[in-house]
Design a protein around this ligand. Structure first.
Ligand code: SF4
Length: 734
């Protein structure tokens, strides 16, 4: 990769992209003596145009921040930490792993891939290959505790092989609980997150009509043509109401449905009682707006219905995601024969798109590895993370005894924090790859310090088909590693090397990308330690553009020559509007008894519904250590309507106790008029260990919302995911 001289003597300016979150913003970094001294958005980048956020702009601080761990740490018998070399750590961990596999079997070795494993572009593929190699199904990721519904819904519904409409060129968009301007996340078809405000304003200028379903008047909802401010957890109710109007008023594409769809009449019957009046009573949105939303959606020509993470964390996430596929299908919001596919992917395998249906596929159930907990099974390629604590605590065959926590923070991410404490303590070996002493790392036996993005090569394999154009960017390591730091994939390679295990890559990176995403393939060399580039060539095997060619370019690049048009299809498979179970689940929602104010009776004994939210200045539990971030706030406020605070006789900024099915926490209130009464909105990923996280320091470290959540009181029967949003809670003044 070339470099260009910067103004200051000795300083080189290098192009890269940020991996603080999954948005991968293109950046320029000034480097002096192998260290980063300044970062800024790369204004020449054709997709990002210089966009960055406050988190990414902390990368120079992240490099040598006082909180950063730069040497592997081993916990001694007295609880103190000893600095050791990474070689010693790999040797000792491999010995222990071998001993436990010999004694208890491979299933006792588990991996949890958290947020940061997704940003290191070889981590998921290589860690999966390791588990295949040792024969352990105990493979977990954060996908199964925040959006397993996306994979489940696709596996039941099927996929249109031509792909969905993009946001660009759409005249309507339906967005459920996705505040892209803050979260920098959106499924394909929603607001592109890569420079989200620009993309949204461009769409609005071009006349797109936005329908937003969200319990808060979020930054995105404020731009909506129609905002359906539904009660938390009632997205399925609203979507059923919209679908009913579309069917009743014949606003759907009957010709498309005739050819490519099964289950239309069963769907019509299932939603028949979701009248706009019922939706108004139950979800708290005006019946007129429900009808208007259905008409705007049904009369549009192009545009996709998508949902963010929050609605997936609320009850009935599977149904909610399914109903979005129903809406897209009824109105055939897909690329048809002869249409150009805006981005068939650059790092994805070559191959054509066809105007046909990819049939549903089995993804969970009795033919998959079985969990020992709550009758669950592997789901969409991984075991259910919500059951991992119990897999550790429950004695017997298959008990998990070793956990590799890769870039995650289970202590503030897993439902039921008190149980997570017991589980982490019960492990025979806990290894964390982390950059700082997180709430989980502090409980580890070994901490292996991870490289930050500027210290490693990467390519945006996970986001390959998320861009609106065929764009990619190979980022080389541009600074010297700060200490004896490692990459996540290296950990597995080092273990495999010591255990004599083959690492064979295969499959797609994410379950929801199974139809279009990057395919991995090939054996990782074991006769020599491969370079990251060698590994990435296997991770993104069969790419449309050779990885070497991509690497040779400086910065991000749009490959205009990649053209893909949807070809005539020949499959007879059909999209399933009502696969087994769906109509029953919809009817079950409708049959729930409601209180006089329209709230399902089972939730009616609580004062508030607690929703999750994202904050722009932090990424889950990352970023809180930086001064610029602290200036934005050092706690995750409990946002409530001012009238609710008045009713509690407290002021904004006072403390409240929030108690839910799993436990209680203290939080600092903040008045927010854009929230409905009866709703409390609290960001996740804050707080620490229950011993340290209390009334005394909640203003400095925030509060652990996962302590409120019960993993047993209410959970999804397929994924095991706990109710992690729209949680019934009682709020009282402290
Ligand atoms: S949105 Fe912010 S944190 Fe995420 S990649 Fe871009 S600059 Fe980095």
């Amino acid at each position: 990769m070339g470099t260009k001289p910067a103004a200051q003597p000795g300083v080189e300016t290098k192009k890269t992209y940020c991996r603080f979150c999954h948005n991968y913003c293109a950046m320029e970094v000034d480097v002096l003596d192998g260290k980063p001294i300044a970062v800024r958005g790369d204004i020449s980048d054709p997709v990002y145009g210089g966009y960055t956020c406050i988190k990414g702009r902390q990368l120079t601080k992240a490099y040598d921040h006082e909180s950063r761990i730069t040497q592997p740490l081993k916990k001694l018998a007295d609880g103190s930490w000893q600095e050791i070399s990474s070689t010693q750590a790999f040797d000792e961990i491999a010995d222990k792993v071998k001993q436990i596999i010999d004694m208890d079997g491979a299933r006792s070795i588990a991996t949890y891939c958290g947020t940061y494993s997704f940003q290191e572009s070889a981590a998921l593929a290589v860690s999966r290959a390791f588990h295949e190699g040792i024969g352990s199904p105990s493979y977990y990721t954060s996908v199964s505790i925040d959006q397993p519904a996306k994979g489940i819904a696709l596996s039941r519904f099927g996929v249109w092989a031509g792909g969905p409409h993009s946001f660009e060129g759409a005249d309507v968009a339906l967005i459920v609980g996705c505040n892209t301007l803050i979260s920098h996340f959106t499924p394909y078809g929603g607001i592109p997150p890569f420079s989200p405000r620009k993309a949204l304003n461009r769409g609005l200028k071009d006349g797109i009509k936005m329908i937003v379903i969200d319990p808060r008047k979020t930054e995105v909802a404020r731009k909506a043509h129609i905002h359906l401010q539904a009660r938390p957890g009632e997205d399925p109710t609203v979507l059923c109401g919209i679908i009913k109007v579309i069917l009743d008023e014949n606003l759907y594409d009957a010709e498309f449905c005739e050819q490519y769809v099964d289950g239309l009449e069963a769907l019509r019957e299932a939603v028949t009682d979701f009248t706009p009046e019922y939706v108004e009573l139950r979800a708290g949105v005006s019946s007129d707006l429900v009808v208007e939303a259905a008409r705007v959606w049904g009369n549009g020509k192009r545009g996709t219905a998508t949902a963010g993470t929050g609605p997936n964390m609320a009850p009935r996430g599977n149904v909610m995601e399914h109903l979005l596929h129903v809406l897209n299908t009824l109105c055939s919001r897909f690329n048809k024969e002869g249409d150009k596919v805006p981005n068939p992917g650059v790092l994805s395998p070559t191959g054509n798109r066809k105007a046909e249906v990819i049939a549903p596929w089995p993804a969970y159930g009795k033919d998959f590895p079985q969990s020992r907990i709550r009758g669950l099974s592997e789901c969409c390629g991984e075991m259910p993370t919500a059951a991992l604590n119990d897999e550790i605590l429950e004695p017997g065959d298959g008990q998990v005894k070793v956990l590799f926590n890769i870039g995650g923070n289970p202590m503030v991410a897993f439902p039921n924090q008190n149980k997570t404490v017991r589980a982490m303590e019960a492990l025979e070996l806990l290894v964390c790859i982390d950059v700082k002493m997180s709430a989980t790392a502090v409980m580890a036996d070994y901490i292996l310090p991870g490289k930050i993005c500027l210290e490693r090569d990467d390519a945006p394999v996970m986001a390959d088909t998320w861009f609106d154009v065929p764009y990619t960017h190979y980022a080389e390591a541009i600074v010297e590693p700060n200490g004896d730091v490692i990459e996540e994939w290296e950990f597995y390679w080092e273990l495999a090397h010591r255990l004599g295990i083959e690492l064979k890559l295969g499959g797609s990176i994410l379950p929801m990308d199974a139809a279009f995403g990057v395919a991995t393939g090939g054996l990782i060399p074991t006769d020599h330690k491969p370079s990251k580039f060698e590994v990435l060539e296997l991770v993104a095997s069969g790419t449309k553009v050779p990885l070497r060619e991509i690497k040779a370019k400086e910065g991000g690049f749009v490959y205009e020559n990649i053209e893909c048009f949807v070809e005539k299809g020949d499959s007879t498979a059909k999209l399933q509007l009502t696969p087994p179970g769906i109509a029953d689940e919809i009817r079950e929602i409708r049959s729930e008894n409601l209180t006089g104010s329209g709230i399902p009776q089972k939730d009616g004994t609580y004062t508030h519904l607690l929703t999750s939210r994202r904050l722009n200045h932090v990424y889950n539990s990352s970023g809180q250590q930086f001064d610029a971030v602290k200036d934005k706030g050092t706690t995750n406020h409990a946002h409530m309507h001012p009238d609710d605070l008045l009713a509690l006789e407290i002021e904004s900024g006072d403390l409240v106790q929030v108690s839910g099915p799993g436990g209680k926490v203290t939080a600092v209130t903040k008045a927010e008029v854009t929230i409905q009464r009866g709703v409390c909105s609290l960001a996740h990923g804050w707080g620490f260990h229950p011993e340290y996280d209390s009334n005394q320091n909640v203003r400095e470290i925030g509060t652990s919302s996962n302590r409120i959540i019960s993993d047993e009181a209410e959970y999804d029967p397929i994924s095991g995911m706990a109710r992690q949003s729209a949680i019934p809670v009682n709020i009282t003044a402290v």
